[in-house]
Design a protein around this ligand. Structure first.
Ligand code: CUA
Length: 347
């Protein structure tokens, strides 16, 4: 008895840690249990169906087991071996047919819907096409119908089918917005995956990379921002506007030389790094440093400075060179952070 209690005492901290971990899984914006669009809704429906069947089976089996344990327990003075029974045609039919029926009830909608989720809607007339490219450790979103490219915040119109075409620039990643849909891999072998989802309501939904892809896999987050159709059109227009550069000519020169060799703003710059157009109005810096307006967010400029001062400290293993190694002074970094923080899009 003593020993058992000690074992329980030893396991208690472990139990506490696991409960905390599991509580972490329940973060509202990363939960598949709070669907925000039709695809996630149907997927949750399948889970509910499977769980309901399991619960019914569990309750019935446990009830029968408990009944048998009590009813046929060893009575006082009962010493002989009980009557041995072998084979019962009726029972065997029952416990073969019932599971078969349950599996059919489970399989028909599951197979039907899984094939439907995999349908290719990329060329649907009213779908919004988005080409997703995953990079260690950021997300690139291209809208071929609009000629717009962005990173880290995927802006979508509500109620419209968003049809994705996914690929990777390096290793295997997985694109996942739990409240809008299940995951889809981005494959390094060159195959391209397509799937689609939509959001019913305006809001910001959290997305994650769901495939271990390197030291900063856990930081490879992005946001999906669902806005109404007018706002979406305004966003596209704002994205296509000519680039806004730092006002100070010297800083503009530094920015062009050091930053635009990889990054792009508006119609200027390169395609290597994340597109920075309107970064001041995004929900995060580098996908992981939350900006003001988000739960626990900090001012955009503060986040930009944190990133620019030491990108490796925020996302170990990322490919952005340290601006200081490029010869930028603290003052220049502050100036660029200030410029980017104020580079906002109205939509
Ligand atoms: Cu990309 Cu994990």
């Amino acid at each position: 008895m003593m020993k058992r209690w000690q074992a329980v005492k030893r396991l208690l901290p472990l139990l506490a840690v696991f409960s905390l971990l599991l509580a972490g899984c329940g973060r509202e914006d990363l939960s598949v249990l709070r669907p925000q669009g039709p695809v996630a809704q149907e997927q949750l429906g399948l889970m509910k169906l499977a769980i309901s069947i399991m619960i019914v089976v569990l309750v019935i089996v446990f009830a029968i087991a408990a009944y048998v344990l009590v009813k046929f327990r060893r009575r006082k003075g009962q010493n002989g071996v009980p009557e041995q029974v072998e084979g019962n045609f009726k029972l065997e039919i029952i416990w073969t047919v019932i599971p078969l029926v349950l599996v059919i009830i489970l399989a028909v909608p599951t197979v039907q819907q899984i094939f439907a989720f995999g349908d290719d809607h990329y060329n649907d007339k009213d779908a919004v096409q988005v080409k997703v490219t995953s990079h260690q450790y950021w997300w690139e979103f291209e809208y071929p119908q609009y000629g717009v490219k962005t990173a880290q915040t995927l802006v979508i119109p509500t109620g419209k089918k968003i049809a994705f075409e996914l690929k990777t620039a390096d290793v295997l990643h997985s694109f996942w917005v739990p409240s809008l849909s299940g995951k889809m891999d981005t494959n390094p072998d060159g195959t391209i995956n397509r799937f689609s989802f939509s959001a019913d309501k305006e809001g910001v939904y959290r997305g994650k990379c769901a495939e271990l892809c390197g030291p900063s896999h856990g930081f490879m987050e992005f946001k999906v921002k669902a806005v109404n159709g007018d706002s979406f059109n305004n966003w596209v227009t704002a994205m296509k506007a000519p680039a806004v550069l730092p006002e100070d000519p010297a800083l503009a020169e530094t920015f062009k030389k050091q930053c635009l060799s990889c990054h792009a703003v508006g119609d200027q710059g390169g395609p290597v790094g994340p597109n920075l157009t309107g970064i001041g109005s995004r929900e995060s810096v580098a996908g992981i440093l939350l900006n003001e307006g988000q739960d626990g967010g900090k001012p955009v400029k503060e986040n930009l400075k944190e990133w620019l001062m030491d990108p490796q400290a925020v996302k170990p293993g990322n490919k952005m060179p340290n601006p200081k190694d490029l010869g930028l002074t603290d003052e220049q970094i502050d100036g660029i952070a200030d410029y980017l923080a104020n580079y906002k899009l109205n939509y």
